[in-house]
Design a protein around this ligand. Structure first.
Ligand SMILES: *Cc1c(COP(=O)(O)O)cnc(C)c1O
Length: 422
């Protein structure tokens, strides 16, 4: 295939025609400009687009509420009492877990705290927490507050896993060194499975085995991984994970998150945790005034009866993921992002550098593009062209062509406009 051909619009269109997932774009609301042209939306890493079916799923619950009131808990088309169970199987498949290991509840940072109640059990000498130096701020603040809550100094208690000097990506050998040197003082690793900034997808199984070799608990933040890569959580052996569903899972702003607790902890009633009536055995929950009877697995982490309208939006989205399957989605994702990377490399300038790993196994769909001497103006100009990306100071544009609603033509047009702007 000649480079010249691949850099033509005709080639991009041909790839779209060959793509068996191409028609899924029609299942989403794509924002449009004043002339009615679709935006090129590459911000699924921040807030995914709305599936057209979402409205219907939410309306169903509004209707059942209007017609049935409290009876809807049992009589609704999708009864509210067990509603979260309708999401479990598809959610488990998306992250490679057993149904016992996952539940949809709360929001991401809340879930990280609830999980740390169980999995961050510091002693006077083994209390430190390893995070990435470029961890998402909310994760860092959560970890800092856990340290202070347990009476430790948060500066002393955090160990940062850093890229090497002059680099952006993390090396597993450096984590190994940290654990070799300070493992006796470390209680927990809390690592972003796909880094939100660089898009680097880390080897979760390796991280779990490194951490466990030093008796540390291992937790993974999958906010940028869920619906993007196939993390195989059960096999990875990590102790716990948490994620949000409004990024690649397209469930709407501020929607509920999900969590994973490995099967090896499912029946451990001695784990410390916070509980509520929704962590209690569902068969006897409404007998009330009864001694607490913890549910096994991830469900035992629930506290409250959940917001059904948000769950309905998650169901609308997971039904699409379930229909396609993550392996098929990931396959297109690798091809699409690979094509994007190829086109970026064709731009004749030395101002551009992609900091995301070039190995498709070490990234999801996101490419973080560093542009020398750029400022936020460049991002603004892209936005003026209705190309929605995400800017990070000082000079990085994060672009996430998602396999569900982005096309080869999107990627082509985006690169053409970037070229003229440079
Ligand atoms: C998006 C994101 C969050 C957001 O947390 P919320 O509790 O959902 O507001 C936290 N951590 C990471 C790594 C994220 O990417």
């Amino acid at each position: 295939m000649s480079t010249l051909l691949k850099t033509s619009l005709a080639y991009a269109k041909e790839q779209d025609q060959k793509d068996e997932l191409n028609h899924y774009k029609n299942q989403f609301h794509i924002p449009k400009d004043d002339q009615g042209n679709d935006w090129i939306y590459m911000c699924g890493n921040s807030l995914g687009l709305q599936p057209k079916a979402t409205q219907e799923y939410i309306l169903q619950e509004l209707k059942d509420w209007a017609n049935l009131g409290v009876e809807g808990h049992f009589e609704a088309k999708n009864p509210w009492m067990p509603y979260h169970e309708f999401l479990t199987d598809s959610m488990a498949k998306v992250v490679g877990a057993k149904p016992l290991e996952v539940v949809i509840m709360n929001t991401l940072t809340t879930n990280l705290h609830l999980l740390m109640v169980s999995f961050y059990q510091p002693s006077k000498t083994k209390f430190k927490i390893v995070i990435e130096s470029d961890a998402f701020p909310s994760d860092r603040y959560a970890v800092e507050s856990q340290l202070r809550f347990h009476g430790f100094d948060h500066k002393e208690g955090i160990i940062e896993w850093k890229p090497r000097k002059g680099e952006e990506l993390l090396h597993l050998e450096d984590l190994e060194t940290i654990l070799d040197q300070q493992g006796d003082e470390i209680a927990l690793l809390l690592i972003g499975g796909v880094n939100y900034y660089t898009g680097q997808y880390l080897d979760l199984k390796k991280i779990a085995s490194l951490g466990h070799a030093k008796n540390c608990m291992v937790g993974i933040d999958l906010a940028h991984g869920v619906g993007n890569i196939t993390p195989d959580l059960h096999k990875s052996g990590v102790d716990f994970a948490a994620w949000c569903t409004y990024k690649y899972l397209n469930s709407g702003p501020g929607s509920l998150g999900g969590l994973f607790v490995h099967e090896k902890h499912a029946h451990n009633k001695k784990l410390k945790r916070f509980t509520g009536w929704w962590s209690h055995n569902k068969n006897t929950r409404f007998n009330m005034r009864q001694e607490f009877d913890l549910m096994p697995g991830a469900e035992g982490y629930q506290l409250s009866n959940p917001p059904i309208l948000s769950m309905a939006a998650i169901k609308a989205s997971l039904d699409i993921f379930n229909e396609i399957g993550m392996d098929t989605l990931r396959k297109k994702s690798k091809t699409l992002t690979g094509y994007f990377e190829f086109l970026i490399h064709q731009i004749d300038t030395d101002r551009i550098r992609i900091i995301t790993p070039s190995n498709p196994e070490e990234r999801g769909c996101q490419l973080s593009i560093q542009v020398k001497n750029a400022d936020k103006n460049l991002h603004q100009k892209l936005t003026d062209h209705h190309i929605i990306t995400d800017w990070r100071e000082p000079d990085v544009i994060r672009c996430a062509p998602t396999p569900l609603y982005n096309s080869f033509e999107d990627v082509y047009r985006m690169t053409e406009i970037l070229k003229t702007l440079l």
